[in-house]
Design a protein. Structure first.
Length: 275
């Protein structure tokens, strides 16, 4: 089974077929051009032939589609990756990172199997500021993450500790029936960015110097410079910790603190034994 594809065009073709289902080759070509891909119909046919040989797609007459056997084999392989952290109750593990971007990627690597394992379980987040969405290399991933709550009909209660324009703007843009956002409930240290799902707690801990610098950036009157300054701040190597722990009682206490400004329906609280 071939997993890695040969060219960027291969990746775009496969992604289009995964998102839209089977397509006629001419429609696929037109779709690629509408997305700004500079290629010829001959180039598309060439890559399709290679993908057929690799077993990734199938072709019938003028129509192409993802090979279900390839998709199933890939899914089976991914099941080995999407596993919850192997922690017993009361255990924890700490990871060290020099950059915030790689930490965020690993954070989502940890959260993905947890969200799958605890299907529908509400997620509680606490961030002094929503710094992640300011990072140029992570903002698309962060937007996708927040928009997924509505698509999956999963509740998320996101508390942004600091009262400022940037956090308020985030609330206005992203809050909906499933993603609830509060601003101004400072319940944890400026160094701590906390996520809680079921009995798992994932904490990003910044250095005191980083936390102080972030406070200064967000306290500036010129909010248009926030993204640039945050990216510059984390462009240099630093010391950031990511702690994953499994503790049911502590998780309940943290959810209680984070939920101070939220109305959480009784049926949700009781169904998931949140507090």
């Amino acid at each position: 089974m071939q997993i890695l594809l040969h060219t960027m065009l291969d990746d775009i073709i496969v992604k289009s077929l995964l998102e839209n289902g089977e397509q006629e080759i001419t429609d696929l070509y037109n779709s690629l051009n509408s997305q700004g891909q500079t290629t010829t119909i001959q180039g598309v046919y060439k890559r399709i032939r290679q993908l057929i040989v690799a077993g990734v797609i199938l072709k019938t007459k003028k129509t192409v589609t993802i090979n279900s056997e390839w998709a199933e084999n890939l899914q089976n392989l991914l099941e080995n990756v999407l596993r919850t952290p192997g922690l017993k109750t009361g255990e924890s593990i700490v990871y060290s990172f020099k950059k915030l971007g790689p930490l965020d990627a690993y954070w989502k690597h940890i959260m993905a199997p947890l969200e799958k394992s605890f299907f529908g379980y509400p997620i509680f987040l606490y961030n002094p500021y929503e710094i992640w969405i300011e990072l140029s290399d992570r903002k698309d991933s962060e937007r996708d993450y927040f928009q997924a709550f509505t698509k999956e009909r999963r509740h998320c209660f996101c508390s942004l500790g600091k009262q400022n324009y940037r956090n308020q703007d985030f609330k206005k843009e992203y809050q909906d029936d499933y993603l609830q956002v509060s601003v101004g409930n400072e319940v944890f240290s400026d160094r701590d960015y906390v996520a809680v799902i079921a009995d798992y707690i994932i904490t990003t801990k910044l250095t005191p110097a980083l936390a102080k610098s972030i406070n200064l950036i967000y306290s500036s009157d010129n909010t248009n410079e926030v993204s640039e300054k945050i990216n510059n701040l984390f462009a240099n190597s630093t010391a950031i910790k990511l702690k994953v722990e499994r503790n049911e009682n502590k998780a309940k206490k943290l959810r209680k603190k984070i939920s101070k400004d939220f109305y959480i329906p009784k049926k949700i609280s009781e169904k998931f034994d949140l507090f």
